[in-house]
Ligand binder design. Structure first.
Ligand code: A3P
Length: 282
């Protein structure tokens, strides 16, 4: 029984038991067969790991830091394959899919940025997301949501294979693996690393402007990314915001000691064979 909240339910795909909305499932084959372009940038994330934030950064770095045009920032989910194929270069694409459902030649053809975030904050953020978006209409508790999450019953689950697959590819020259928590700790430093990875160089003044543009308070007010229009369109509840809190460690305000230890065990079990470590507080 998959946790729903999508009008047509969720679909579990093979390989990997990956859970996705039907719009993706219908296009899975086409997405797998897409032709990546050498001047694309593909941003891969599990939901709520900082996709919107990093996407804006990538788009600006790729487009001369044109802040005016970024209001109509053309970043796409490739679930509309035809539309994505017709986009002019340079494209910034942002599927939430793991590597194993993407074109197999992706990493050898194009640059890929992967953003990871500690799963405790992801659970809290995803819980609020499910309450905010009317389509999901989640009315359960956070504790129940955390169980759905750990049981791989939410969209884009399972969480760990998604991240660990990317982690194993982090030394590939076309791959830049980064953490949400590092962006929180040192935004300018992380922006500089991404710029270097993309082969872009901007003046100190532009880099300072870019850093300001991406700071949480400014970002939350930025109507081209904050999705507040979703409220007018009736897709989002009035109560809550898409660019919500932007903190590392918000889970501490939400988890009971019991839930926290269940989540700790789940993390430990899933990272037993890996050297990946999450930062859960700053
Ligand atoms: P919270 O719900 O913890 O606040 P995504 O874009 O992948 O859906 O991720 C959303 C999360 O990133 C939300 O987390 C959101 O607030 C946070 N976020 C968005 N912009 C941010 C920014 N400029 N600085 C810090 N966090 C940001």
């Amino acid at each position: 029984q998959l946790f729903t909240g999508y009008d047509e339910g969720l679909v579990r795909m093979e390989p990997g038991g990956f859970v996705m909305p039907p719009s993706y499932a219908r296009n899975a084959e086409k997405i797998y067969r897409m032709q990546p372009r050498s001047d694309d940038v593909w941003l891969l994330t599990f939901p709520k790991c900082g996709t919107t934030w990093t996407c804006e950064l990538l788009w600006l770095l790729q487009n001369n830091c044109d802040f005016e045009s970024s209001r109509e920032n053309g970043t796409y989910h490739p679930n509309s394959v035809l539309r994505v194929e017709q986009l002019p270069s340079p494209r910034v694409l942002r599927p939430h899919l793991p590597f194993y459902l993407l074109p197999p030649q992706l990493l050898d053809t194009t640059k890929v940025v992967y953003v990871a975030r500690n799963p405790k904050d992801v659970i809290v953020s995803y819980y609020y997301h499910h309450k905010l978006i009317k389509l999901h209409g989640y009315i359960g508790t956070l504790d129940d949501f955390a169980e759905y999450f750990m049981n791989d019953e939410v969209a884009y689950a399972p969480f760990f294979p998604h991240i660990l697959d990317a982690w194993s590819k982090r030394h590939h020259p076309n791959m830049h693996f980064m953490f949400y928590e590092d962006m929180k700790r040192d935004l300018r430093g992380e922006i500089e690393k991404v710029a270097t990875f993309l082969g872009k160089s901007y003046s100190d003044e532009v880099m300072a402007k870019l850093t300001e543009h991406l700071k949480f308070d400014n970002f939350q007010k930025n109507e081209s990314v904050n999705n507040e229009s979703g409220k007018k369109m009736g897709a989002m509840n009035e109560d809550g915001r898409f660019i919500r809190k932007g903190k590392t460690g918000d889970w501490k305000n939400h988890f009971s000691p019991e839930l926290n230890s269940r989540i700790d065990e789940w993390i430990e079990k899933n990272l037993a064979d890996s050297d990946l470590k999450f930062v859960t507080e700053l």
